[in-house]
Design a protein. Structure first.
Length: 163
């Protein structure tokens, strides 16, 4: 008589193999998902800074990008300085750790980042990884107003505490 189907031993073996593969894949998927989320947040923040600079240049007015609740990790908003009109607000779905030496970014009517007292300003905003295996994402604001996005090694991330 020919056997049709699978035996209980074969089915148990396949299920055990599937469980092992799942245990190996879940951490890699979590790391990938977190790295992707942090990269998206960094791109959105860099694009917000570029848009604010462009708006300042085109409108010949001072434009400010400021954190929500004094915490860049919760989100940010773009505001016209003259009348405090909110141009754009971006709230993060989940709070992240974003370290920076900038409390807010002011773009002059010439598109140059300045401090409140008028001095030139440049700085770095760094989206810190939750897991140490992922590299931090950096948004670098040059004193000329150029915004660049960089990704680097966690050892090069002085503002991010190792987890």
């Amino acid at each position: 008589m020919r056997q049709q189907g699978v035996t209980l031993i074969q089915l148990t073996g396949v299920l055990a193999l599937l469980a092992i593969l799942t245990q190996l894949a879940v951490p890699a998927y979590s790391d990938w998902r977190e790295a992707t989320q942090h990269a998206v947040v960094a791109r959105e923040l860099a694009q917000t800074l570029r848009s604010a600079r462009t708006r300042a240049l085109l409108g010949s007015q001072r434009v400010i990008v400021e954190p929500l609740g004094n915490d860049w990790g919760r989100g940010w908003q773009t505001v016209v300085d003259a009348d405090r009109q909110v141009l754009r607000e971006h709230r993060l779905q989940r709070p992240l750790t974003i370290t920076t030496n900038l409390t807010e970014v002011w773009f002059s009517p010439l598109g140059i980042p300045q401090r409140e007292n008028g001095a030139f300003a440049g700085g770095t905003l760094q989206v810190c990884p939750t897991r140490s295996r992922n590299p931090p994402q950096r948004i670098v604001l040059a004193p000329s107003g150029r915004v660049s996005l960089r990704s680097g090694d966690a050892l090069d991330a002085p503002g991010c505490a190792p987890s």
